[in-house]
Design a protein around this ligand. Structure first.
Ligand code: S3P
Length: 173
C-alpha cells in the first residue's frame, strides 16, 4: 500500500482519524481541503461563494489525481464529496490505493454536524436544523454508491477515535 485514502460523508471524522493514523503508522497525512485552502489562500466556504462549486470540484479533482499518482506513501483525508465527482471514485481503484469508507448513520452524522461548525460547510450552511437532517439523509443516499468503491468499510457509530484507528490498523496488518 502506498496511499491510505479515507472517504466518507461530512462529519464522519476523516480529518481526525487520518491525523491519529498518521501518528500511529508514522506516515505523513495530506488533508485535501487544507491543501486547497493553503494553495488558494481562501477558505473552502469562500471558494464556493466566489468561484462556485464546479471550480472547487475541478481543483479538488486535479489535486486528488496528482496525489494518487505521486509515488510517496501517505494518508489522504478527502472531502465528503471527493469520490462523487469527475470519476474520482475510479481513482480509488488504483493499485497503490487502499481506501476506507468511514460509514456513519444519518443520526450519527447529523448529531456530529450539529455540534460542529455547520457554517463552515457550504453544502449545509444555508439550511436550518430540520432541513439539514433531511438533506443529509438524501445526500448520503445519493453518495453512498460512490463511497462503496472503497476497499473496506468501517462503521463509526458509537466508536471512539482510538477504536476506529485500531480497527483500521488491523485491516492493514
Ligand atoms: C464537501 C465536504 C467538505 C469540503 C467541501 C465539500 C462535500 O469536506 O470538501 O465543503 O461536498 O461533502 P468535509 O467532508 O471534510 O466536511
Amino acid at each position: 500500500m502506498k496511499k491510505l485514502v479515507l472517504i466518507g460523508y461530512m462529519g464522519c471524522g476523516k480529518s481526525t482519524i487520518s491525523v491519529e493514523l498518521s501518528k500511529v503508522l508514522h506516515i505523513p497525512v495530506v488533508d485535501l481541503d487544507q491543501v486547497i485552502e493553503e494553495k488558494h489562500k481562501m477558505s473552502i466556504q469562500k471558494i464556493f461563494e466566489t468561484k462556485g462549486e464546479l471550480y472547487f470540484r475541478k481543483i479538488e479533482h486535479q489535486l486528488f489525481s496528482e496525489l494518487i499518482q505521486n509515488y510517496e506513501t501517505m494518508i489522504i483525508s478527502t472531502g465528503g464529496g471527493t469520490p462523487c465527482y469527475f470519476n474520482n471514485h475510479l481513482l480509488l481503484q488504483n493499485q497503490s490505493v487502499f481506501s476506507i469508507y468511514l460509514k456513519g448513520s444519518i443520526d450519527t452524522l447529523y448529531e456530529r454536524l450539529k455540534l460542529s461548525e455547520i457554517s463552515k460547510r457550504p453544502k449545509l450552511s444555508n439550511l436550518n436544523k430540520s432541513e439539514a437532517k433531511e438533506f443529509i439523509a438524501k445526500h448520503l443516499f445519493e453518495r453512498s454508491y460512490f463511497y462503496h468503491f472503497a476497499s473496506k468499510v468501517v462503521a463509526i457509530n458509537d466508536k471512539s477515535v482510538v477504536q476506529i484507528t485500531n480497527e483500521i490498523t488491523q485491516l492493514l496488518a
